[in-house]
Ligand binder design. Structure first.
Ligand code: URP
Ligand code: ZN
Ligand code: ZN
Ligand code: ZN
Length: 467
């Protein structure tokens, strides 16, 4: 036998090319790509299907502590299972530093949760919540050497917010160690001010989560993050960008020659602030930060996906159950202020981008692969091990049915959440087989493996980071 597995008869799509070919796989890696191959223990017929590099979701939250009485709806097992059914082969969750503790302790705790329980490969970003001298001087450089090469910082949230001095400290440590910084850009003080005003006026329904953090809050923080990065001279990634004004800040920075990268997410393409109206607390199902905006902002996000302002499209999967330990429960409080921020989406990211993007003619197949896989691998130092259909790459492969039409329904999903904010959305294009390093993980609606085969991926420095 030449190969363990051949995938035959499909149409291969990479970030740059589309062509008919067979793929030969040996020991979990792609060992041949040719017009026709034969001699394998197993052949998978991909006739009529697209053959894509497995999706990489570089922004997901799994098992992240989220406050008293609140439990994240997905652990590593359920979150990676849902991701696999959604056509992903690698996810990048966040490892949260507890205040007063070091980054190593945080990583040890997350590895204990993840190792042996993941259905696909996993690599961690580290959230720095307490940038002490030890964290900046020792932990960050050491972790980068060990393959944890990206850091997220927050400009809001009571437990996570860093002030400008602290943000500069993290960015400077990143500059000197070659870490890549992701920034959550929303302004803490303004959100607090507006939240108090809204509460005083009795405006506490989930809908007011949006007005508590309007576009100007995100635009201002985006501008400030870019300015701080400029001062330290370090590239950054602005994550979950939701609107036109923030995009314009990013474009202005790039026009000045700064290396500012940007990410957007499905919720900013297909949800709007109107979804948060609903009866009573129903709007809580859409509470995420930044919040869904208006249709002009959706158009701007699409334009950014088309023209290259965005090169990563992630889910920001951050699931909280609606009925239990999640959106409604914290202390029985009914103000939007207490609703945990975040929505599920790891299983629906690729079908939404494909259907709204490729099927509707906004982006082509190669752009789809770039936005959903290849650029994630490149940006975060995993390419070409991940994100590529190439000889030598991991055989992380998805077969995609471009013609399959489905309606997104909670009852069909595999996440631990009890709802989907995308309920009822009709999509054309769905993953029909997900393969991780040569092993079929999911086929149709069936889990094909008996034990979770996902592994931790240590990463190289981002090519964007200062080396
Ligand atoms: O609302 C959101 N996005 N929750 C997840 C945490 C974050 O800021 O990414
Ligand atoms: Zn310096
Ligand atoms: Zn964030
Ligand atoms: Zn997030």
């Amino acid at each position: 036998m030449n190969f363990d597995t051949i995938i035959s008869g499909g149409t291969l799509v990479t970030d740059t090319e589309t062509f008919a070919a067979d793929i030969g796989i040996t020991d979990g890696r792609i060992t041949a790509i040719a017009e026709t191959l034969d001699g394998a223990a197993q052949t998978i017929d991909a006739t009529g299907k697209l053959v894509l590099p497995g999706g990489i979701d570089s922004h997901v939250h799994l098992a992240q502590p989220s406050g008293p009485e609140v439990v994240m709806a997905d652990d590593f097992a359920s979150g990676t299972l849902a991701a696999a059914f959604g056509g992903n082969t690698t996810v990048m969750p966040f490892c949260l530093q507890e205040k007063g503790k070091g980054l190593r302790e945080a990583l040890t705790a997350y590895h204990a949760l993840a190792d042996g329980n993941c259905h696909i490969d996993v690599s961690f970003h580290v959230i720095v919540s307490d940038p002490s001298a030890g964290v900046l001087g020792q932990d960050i450089p050491a972790l980068v050497e060990d393959g944890y090469t990206s850091i997220k910082v927050f400009m809001t949230y009571d437990d996570l917010v860093l002030n400008d001095r602290e943000l500069l400290g993290v960015m400077d440590a990143a500059r000197h160690s070659g870490a890549f910084v992701m920034v959550h850009a929303e302004g803490y003080d303004t959100i607090r001010f507006l939240t108090e005003k809204l509460e005083q006026a009795g405006k506490t329904a989930p809908y007011y989560h949006g007005p508590s953090r309007p576009v100007a809050v995100e635009r201002e923080a985006t501008h400030r993050a870019i300015s701080l990065a400029e001062i330290v001279d370090v590239p950054i990634m602005i994550v979950h960008v939701s609107n036109r004004a923030a995009i314009e800040e990013i474009e202005r920075a790039r026009a000045r020659g700064l290396n500012i990268r940007a990410e957007t997410c499905p919720q900013y393409l297909v949800l709007t602030e109107d979804d948060m109206q609903g009866d009573a607390m129903e709007g809580a199902k859409f509470v995420c930060s930044p919040p869904p905006r208006g249709t002009d902002d959706q158009d701007a996000c699409w334009q950014g996906l088309i023209d290259g302002t965005f090169d990563v499209f992630s889910s920001d999967h951050c699931p909280f159950r609606y009925t239990e330990d999640g959106k409604l429960t914290p202390k029985g409080e009914k103000s939007f202020r207490y609703v945990p921020n975040g929505i599920p989406g790891v299983e629906t990211r690729l079908p939404i981008l494909f259907s709204e993007g490729v099927t509707k003619g906004r982006i082509d197949l190669n752009r789809f692969v770039a936005l959903s896989s290849t650029y994630h691998a490149k940006t975060y130092g995993m390419y070409p091990q991940k994100g590529a259909l190439a000889v030598g790459s991991d055989a992380d492969i998805v077969l995609w049915d471009a013609d399959m039409t489905r309606t997104i329904r909670q009852e069909d999903l595999h996440h631990g959440c009890d709802y989907t904010p995308f309920e009822g959305l009709e999509v054309t294009g769905w993953p029909v087989l997900t393969m991780l390093r040569g092993q079929v993980v999911t086929q149709g609606d069936t889990l094909a493996t008996t034990t979770p085969g996902g592994a931790y991926v240590a990463r190289a420095r981002s090519p964007d980071a200062v080396q």
